[in-house]
Design a protein. Structure first.
Length: 371
């Protein structure tokens, strides 16, 4: 593997002791506030659309089916959890934007992907008993927009207050924020807040690298994961911007065109924690040094050419799917405060959608079960 560079330092062992995770005294109150914000977004959008959508990453730009192949001959430090044994698994990839309402693509926001790997073995995380899936949720930036649950709650409260179906003001704000963000980047700076509020560049989703941003248990160790585009058809799109002028679903259109024509190949890579001080668990805004611990490939995701969005069909598939960092095996338990508060909030979002739409969530055992 071309990116197969070994860290000079041994990986940090996973430890159930408090030294790995530190729970704030007021985390329960913060979680309650987050759930209130999620509920506010869900109730607002469901009334606007007469249909319930996700409280975050509501708008999908494509859903694609593929195969994840776990590499053979991985060293012990990488052959952990679901990656302990080589093999092939069905998988489904959802490409999205991070807002909780369905916005015109001229409101330019960070991109996200959610990867669901099917038919995995291992003891299950709480709330996912009886399932056989492993979810990884990733965004096209290496760090989360908030360091901890309290800051996450503050950000979401702001977004909840701006959630509605009238996006004319958001379009104007997004255009302004993009100009400011471009000016910051020109002098070597950037603003995660501006990007979250609409200042992200309208980059092509298929050319982006996506990061888990938050850490997870990796069997005996601790890691972050990322999805890197590697096939030429994808890498040629890296850095390309999409013309979003007067095209409310521009991203859905360009993803559909590319996946029909080419499909794509990505590598799922792992970055092992090698220093718990320099690579903290509880501050999601700290980027782990890739020189100290590079991302190394553990699996390959292949999508054959296919239709990634078909109105009246893919919508139903999207309604039936739910993703959470807590859908998975114990060996990949999400770590850190941001991940801890994601559990109940994501459950709230999926439960609300299932009840409102009359379509209860279920985890597919095979791709054939999907609509």
């Amino acid at each position: 593997m071309g990116n197969d560079r070994r860290s000079a330092c041994p990986p940090s062992p996973y430890d159930l002791a408090p030294s790995v995770e530190t729970i704030a005294d007021d985390e329960a109150e913060t979680l309650a506030s987050l759930k209130d914000s999620f509920r506010e977004i869900l109730e607002t959008t469901s009334q606007d659309y007469a249909h319930a959508v996700r409280a975050v990453h509501a708008k999908a730009h494509g859903i694609a089916r593929g195969t994840l192949t776990i590499a053979d001959g991985l060293p012990e430090t990488l052959a952990q959890g679901i990656f302990a044994q080589p093999g092939r698994h069905e998988a489904v990839l959802r490409i999205s934007t991070n807002a909780g309402d369905i916005l015109d693509d001229s409101v330019s926001l960070p991109r996200g992907v959610a990867l669901k790997i099917l038919d995995v073995q291992g003891d299950r995380l709480p709330g996912s008993e009886g399932e056989t899936t492993q979810d990884f949720i990733m965004v096209n930036a290496p760090v989360f927009a908030a360091p901890d649950p309290k800051a996450f709650s503050k950000n979401l409260k702001l977004l909840a207050k701006t959630t509605d179906r009238f996006d004319g003001v958001k379009k104007a704000m997004s255009a302004t924020f993009r100009v400011v963000e471009s000016a910051l980047e020109a002098v070597g700076a950037e603003s995660a807040t501006l990007k979250t509020l609409g200042g992200a560049k309208p980059v092509h989703p298929l050319g982006e690298t996506y990061f888990s941003q938050t850490p997870l248990r990796y069997g005996n160790y601790i890691a972050k994961v990322a999805l890197f585009p590697v096939s030429p058809e994808l890498t040629r799109l890296t850095g390309d911007t999409v013309d979003i002028t007067a095209r409310p679903d521009a991203l859905r259109e360009v993803v559909r065109e590319e996946l029909i024509e080419h499909g794509g190949v990505w590598e799922l890579r792992v970055q092992l924690n090698t220093d718990l001080d320099a690579m903290p668990i509880e501050d999601a805004t700290v980027e782990w040094d890739q020189q100290a611990s590079p991302f190394v490939t553990v699996a390959t995701l292949e999508l054959a050419p296919q239709i990634s969005w078909e109105h009246g069909v893919t919508d139903h598939t999207d309604d039936a799917l739910s993703y959470s960092v807590w859908h998975g095996v114990v060996d990949h338990q999400p770590l850190g405060g941001v991940n801890r508060v994601r559990k109940e909030t994501y459950e709230l979002s999926a439960g609300f959608r299932g009840t409102f739409n009359g379509c209860p969530m279920h985890q597919p055992k095979t791709l054939a079960e999907l609509a």
